[in-house]
Design a protein around this ligand. Structure first.
Ligand SMILES: Nc1ncnc2c1ncn2[C@@H]1O[C@H](COP(=O)(O)OP(=O)(O)O)[C@@H](O)[C@H]1O
Ligand SMILES: [Mg+2]
Length: 359
């Protein structure tokens, strides 16, 4: 799937934008504060109904307006088109696919796999495990039907168990949830480990190409692998009762990412961290294409930040090779050279107005 039309209304300073992106590379340039990141934010919103910049939608809606709208037309490999739309106000969210209202955001996300590379990427390595779980779960969600359901069921049972722990209920009322919790934990763990088996060889190649070194990614299940999850729940029972929540399980999983046995967040420069996260995202996109033939949309905000010209050029060539639909922003018209055989469009943005630049 790729976008053939994109209409944005009331997203930050973008009051009424209508563009027809091309299938491969869309280059958006403009001065600071002209609205470049907001264009990417609008596409991201359309995929998961949330912003990557803030958890408060009111900051994304244009000043003196009460809602925003993003609409797009998508086209798949067979030239079949789908119309999708999102309207968000502070209280409500409305999703439409081909004219019908849809309740779950996941249906939208499944249609539109969107990845982002922006100057914040190092946060994936430096911040808490939640972000790395989101990273891996994005991949599993898009390649494995049924994963989302297992994930939601796990969290529903976990919530019940934690509520019982918090209320200091009797042991039987707490362990009542264990059987289901164990069953869904197995499913999630298996799916994530299985995903990594396919992902890692592709990732290793990208790291080598981008950085000329090797990086090790190890999945940490969220409990000591020398013991089963059942044993872990049993032996942690007193601790869990004391704390009022379940201390171990896939909700505590993490990715341990290291180079020469040192965690990369403690040893890599910002530029290296950016290249590493690019390799992770590129590998996800390539893996998804390989497994499901699905084309991703890749948003690259301020590609030039933290990268010297050689790495920048190297990166853009690998981005283009993934066959993802790219939306790349820059402050200059010529931040890098696109391979000439690649279909591309250029847009100039000024005070929230986008104009296609005919090349
Ligand atoms: N809710 C809002 N309503 C209107 N304008 C906004 C809102 N939030 C931010 N802006 C403005 O939108 C402009 C575009 O921001 P941004 O997309 O981040 O620019 P760029 O990425 O080109 O530097 C900025 O001038 C910013 O002040
Ligand atoms: Mg910006």
């Amino acid at each position: 799937m790729h976008l053939t039309q994109l209409d944005i209304r009331q997203v930050r300073n973008l009051r009424d934008v209508q563009i027809k992106p091309c299938q491969r590379c869309n280059y958006i340039y403009g001065d600071n504060a002209s609205g470049k990141t907001s264009v990417l934010e609008a596409i991201y919103l359309l995929s998961i109904a949330r912003s990557f910049r803030t958890t408060h939608i009111k900051h994304v809606i244009s000043f003196d307006h009460s809602s925003l709208q993003v609409f797009a037309r998508l086209e798949n490999n067979n030239f079949e088109s789908t119309a999708i739309g999102l309207e968000r106000s502070i209280k409500k969210s409305r999703i439409r696919i081909n004219g019908s209202d849809v309740k779950q955001v996941s249906i939208l996300s499944a249609l539109l796999p969107v990845q982002i590379i922006n100057p914040d990427v190092h946060k994936l390595l430096e911040q808490g495990p939640k972000y790395r779980r989101q990273f891996i779960d994005w991949g599993v969600f898009h390649v494995e039907h049924g994963f989302l359901q297992a994930w939601q069921q796990y969290y529903r049972v976990l919530k019940q168990r934690n509520a019982a722990l918090r209320k200091k209920q009797i042991k039987k009322a707490i362990t009542l949830w264990d059987e289901q919790l164990i069953q869904f934990a197995k499913r999630i763990t298996h799916s994530r480990e299985n995903y990594l088996l396919g992902f890692l060889p592709i990732f290793n190649q990208y790291v080598e190409k981008l950085m000329g070194l090797s990086v090790e990614i190890r999945y940490q299940r969220g409990w000591n692998p020398d013991h089963s999850f059942t044993e872990t729940l049993n032996s942690a029972f007193d601790k869990d009762t004391f704390k009022g929540f379940t201390s171990f399980g896939p909700h505590r999983a993490d990715l341990e990412i290291s180079h020469n046995n040192i965690l990369v967040q403690n040893s890599f420069s910002r530029g290296q961290q950016k290249l590493l996260v690019c390799a992770m995202r590129l590998a996800q996109i390539t893996h998804l294409k390989k497994e499901t033939n699905q084309q991703s949309i890749l948003l690259v905000d301020d590609l030039a930040a933290e990268l010297d010209i050689q790495h920048r050029q190297n990166l853009i060539e690998l981005l283009v090779d993934t066959e993802a639909q790219l939306f790349v922003t820059a402050t200059e018209q010529n931040s890098f050279v696109l391979p000439p055989e690649i279909e591309s469009k250029m847009f100039h943005v000024e005070h929230g107005v986008l104009k296609e630049v005919v090349q």
